[in-house]
Ligand binder design. Structure first.
Ligand code: HEM
Length: 427
């Protein structure tokens, strides 16, 4: 379909896979739609996802190493099983809010990656999750249906509290660890965002004030957990038949036994229910995209939800949830749901594992080095506990944005106490 231009707002909407990919690589399209500083009311000022051009490249160069392959494998093999056991041990069988449970599981790992210390109690994890829910409001500001300025000012206040309660103490501890390392050459400082940022600040490689570190840690905490919790719920939306099937999907049983089926189900879910259905950009100068002339200052919208249903790439039943889907060569099952180009999701391999392409779908995945992604491991662990829908208590969407893939709550019935189920996460 050709792009449409809404003359009133100078908004250009693209819906095809190839045009969107071209747009996401375009160097004259920025994610920066709010030029104000934090002090002037912009809670996202100077964070990675809002930077453009060389500033973005430099910050990304600092942060990419946090997602090295070895670090990801350690997350899946060592850290995740420990977190899973600790968090699930606190759960009872019976009704459970899956959104909050998946949030607690993801927030522990996101906090570890960001370098935010906590005492591991459900109270502190709950506090961190509340911060995530607040920061999530700013991250989706363009899709908010309420008073945007009010939301931004509430998030700014919450960030100050988040900085005081969590980032400040974590930062002070890491300064001491870096001092000790500089003096004695040991112990090795932790491999996390805050430590990395402090290291870059110390040797003058980047100018990062305390405010930027708080906001970047907030981005990591939110980016690493809210999307994962949503995607966990979105996957059970299909697995438990909330999509109109009204009965569990047959793949549910296979998932409990085999993480590669959990991974297929998660990728197929990401394709159909992207957490950000419309990626947005602003033209920094006049440009042409897909043969369309776009004046500087225009808003450009990439309708990923529609592009992910392209029949040429996903077959003649693109609306159907089918984790056994065959793909056109060179197409990822998750479509464009992690973005593409310079702002492609930095945590995509943590959350989604390695992209599944035609070869993996045909021959299966395997081997020591395969990454399933944390969302697939969460989905598998929860499926293994025996889950079902609750007839008179359906999931409720968070209607504060028009995205349609965010949940306010997602009640499910868990049949077996999670701690009693053997939750093997490898093969
Ligand atoms: C299912 C889980 C996830 C989904 C669906 C998701 C989705 C996305 C998307 C679509 C973008 C690009 C937005 C755009 O181009 O406008 C993005 C960027 C980003 N994501 Fe994720 N994400 C997920 C998990 C994670 C995790 C685990 C982290 C860990 C820190 C993370 C951190 C980030 C960051 C920092 C960016 C900004 C990158 C940049 O601008 O250079 N995300 N994510």
């Amino acid at each position: 379909m050709s792009p449409s231009n809404d003359a009133r707002t100078d908004e250009f909407v693209f819906e095809t896979y190839d045009e969107i990919r071209e747009g996401l690589y375009h160097r004259d399209l920025t994610r920066k739609y709010d030029d104000r500083s934090f002090e002037e009311g912009n809670p996202r000022a100077d964070i990675l996802s809002m930077l453009h051009g060389s500033e973005h490249r430099e910050r990304r160069r600092m942060e990419n190493p946090l997602f090295r392959r070895n670090a990801l494998i350690q997350y899946e093999r060592d850290l995740f099983p420990e977190v899973l056991n600790n968090v699930l041990a606190t759960q009872q069988h019976g009704p459970v809010d899956l959104f909050r449970l998946a949030g607690a599981l993801s927030v522990v790992l996101a906090a570890r990656r960001a370098g935010i210390d906590h005492d591991g109690t459900m109270e502190q994890l709950g506090e961190l999750w509340d911060h995530v829910l607040m920061i999530a409001q700013a991250s989706a500001i363009l899709d908010q249906v309420g008073d945007k300025d009010k939301i931004l000012s509430e998030v700014s206040e919450a960030l100050v509290e988040f900085g005081r309660e969590f980032v400040g103490p974590s930062q002070r501890r890491r300064e001491q660890l870096l001092d000790a390392y500089e003096a004695d050459g040991e112990p090795e400082p932790p491999d996390d965002l805050i430590t990395t940022a402090l290291g870059y600040r110390r040797d003058g490689r980047l100018e990062l004030d305390d405010g930027i570190i708080i906001r970047e840690a907030g981005l990591y905490l939110h980016g690493g957990s809210h999307t994962s919790a949503q995607t966990t719920c979105n996957t059970f939306y299909y697995l438990l038949g909330f999509d109109g099937r009204n009965e569990p999907h047959p793949v549910l049983e296979r998932i409990a036994a085999d993480p590669s089926w959990a991974q297929r189900a998660v990728h197929e879910t990401l394709r159909l229910r992207p957490t950000t259905p419309r990626l947005q950009r602003r033209a920094v100068r006049d440009l042409t995209l897909g043969g369309v002339e776009i004046p500087a200052g225009s808003r450009v919208v990439f309708d990923v939800r529609t592009a992910n249903r392209d029949p040429q790439r996903y077959g003649d039943d693109p609306e159907v949830f089918n984790p056994d889907r065959q793909l056109a060569e060179g197409t990822a099952l998750w479509g464009l749901s992690f973005g593409a180009g310079s702002h492609i999701c930095i945590g995509r391999s943590v959350a989604g594992g390695f992209p599944l392409q035609q070869r993996e779908l045909r021959d299966g995945v395997g081997g020591e080095q395969h990454l399933y992604g944390l969302v697939a491991l969460i989905v598998r662990a929860i499926a293994a506990c025996g889950v079902s829908s609750i007839a008179d208590d359906p999931p409720e969407l968070d209607t504060r944005t028009d995205r349609g893939t965010r949940w306010a709550r997602f009640p499910i019935q868990v049949d077996r106490t999670p701690a009693t189920v053997a939750l093997v996460t490898g093969e």
